[in-house]
Design a protein around this ligand. Structure first.
Ligand SMILES: [Ca+2]
Ligand SMILES: [Ca+2]
Length: 287
């Protein structure tokens, strides 16, 4: 005989699990682009989520269930991006890898979808590009469309000197992807100030991605700065107020994926707060 107490307990557990699952699913869909460190991955009409850990590419179904795993041999993934570089409907996977755990990567790798197995429960990839970037100390790979031509570029954050600025500094390099190879588009010597990190997003809804970076001010504070592509390079188009510190910058798609926002942690009065930023008339404002 089931007691009333037990029935209540079972019912409550069921409700809690249902609510948790619903919340997870809703968040997976809502942050489609990057949820729990997952990035959407598409093969024609098939939609998945991808997550990169160690030497492994994990592919999940949209409900969060692990679907397929692909392992790299003898190298670890330091940074990753997913985008359809050649506009054939199948996403490519772009990786920075190193042989050992290191602050900087050695290789830029591009993998394309190879095949499903017969029972369609495993995806294999093929390496279509590899370039040794070791001399440039690469630390981050991203994709962008800064000129709005519908063709995706690959951006590599490097740490090096430049002829015009001969000190070691982080610099954002941008490459076009043409016929399965990279070609320099912009290897800027620097942004307007030293920066910690940067992301790409269409912040001002002009259908071209801006760079948004975390920069150090002369007063020892930090600001978010936005730059737009002007045909030959980047021009500063917006800035936030200064904060004691800023960290963990990422891109957040707003409801319906219509607007892209910047998410970052900011330090104000010795407290860290997670803030969402948007662009208005040359200013990067908090929501
Ligand atoms: Ca493709
Ligand atoms: Ca482009």
């Amino acid at each position: 005989m089931i007691s009333k107490k037990n029935t209540t307990f079972v019912l409550l557990t069921f409700i809690v699990i249902t609510i948790s699952l619903y919340t997870v699913e809703k968040r997976l869909v809502f942050y489609n682009n990057k949820s729990f460190g997952m990035i959407s991955y598409k093969v024609d009409k098939d939609k998945y989520l991808s997550k990169f850990t160690g030497n492994t590419i994990n592919i999940y179904l949209e409900n969060g269930k692990l679907y397929s795993q692909y392992e790299l041999k003898d190298e670890l993934i330091l940074s990753n991006a997913v985008a359809d570089l050649d506009n054939d409907g199948k996403d490519e996977i772009i990786l920075l890898t190193c042989k050992d755990t290191s602050q900087y990567a050695e290789y830029l790798l591009v993998l394309s979808f190879n095949a499903y197995n017969e029972s369609k429960d495993t995806i294999t990839f093929k390496e279509i590009y590899r370039h040794n970037f070791k001399d440039l100390n690469p630390w981050k790979v991203q994709t962008s469309d800064v000129d709005g031509d519908g063709k995706t570029e690959i951006s590599i954050g490097v740490y090096k000197t430049s002829p015009l600025h001969p000190v070691m500094a982080k610099r954002p390099f941008i490459y076009d992807w043409i016929n399965s190879s990279i070609f320099p588009k912009w290897r800027g010597s620097r942004l307007s100030r030293p920066f910690d990190d940067y992301v790409f997003l269409d912040l001002d809804s002009d259908e071209r991605d801006e760079i948004v970076s975390i920069e150090h001010t002369a007063e020892g504070k930090k600001v978010l700065t936005a730059y737009s592509w002007k045909g030959f390079g980047f021009e500063k188009t917006g800035e936030s107020i200064s904060f004691l510190d800023i960290s963990s910058i990422s891109v957040k798609l707003d409801q319906g994926e219509k607007t892209s926002l910047v998410k970052a942690k900011v330090k104000q009065n010795s407290k860290w707060l997670e803030k969402t930023f948007y662009y208005l008339d040359g200013e990067i404002l908090t929501k």
